[in-house]
Design a protein. Sequence first.
Length: 189
Amino acid sequence: MAKINLLPWREAQRQERQRNFIILLVVVAVVAGALVLAANQTMNAVIEGQEARNNHLRSEIRGLDREIARIEDLERTRDNLISRKNVIERLQENRSLMVHLFNQIAQTVPEGITLNSVRQSGMELTIIGTTESETRVSDYMRRIESASWLHTPRLRIIQVESRDARPDQPFRFELRALIGSPREIEEEL
């Protein structure tokens, strides 16, 4: 007689395949979950690392901003000190100006001219005087032009005075000249 297997082998085979499928499905789900969890952890670590770098950069930027503010304060202080130094240098330079000025005035006045008034307004000197002749005023202006502390003379007025005032010096004149150290005059040229 032929052997007939009456056991439900197909049913057992189907259950075996279904069990294997469920196991495989669970393994795939666990592996996928682990991969998602690992990817999440990796991304969180990358984000935290980037945030740490960003925080470090922010703190360095704040430090540099403080340094820049200090540098700007130092520059303002330096500019202030330089302006003070320049004022002191100008005062030192002008300290002897009056001595040089009076010396130059005495050296440049030719014979035949009498100075009646000398006024200073800023760096301009106004000289009023009397003279024997107009040529003496021209000579005086040439002398002022060649002086080291006076320059750029400009004749403003020359007129005949009344003969009663001073018969030996009938002409009254007014001229203006600029005051400056020899260095200032060279810088202007």
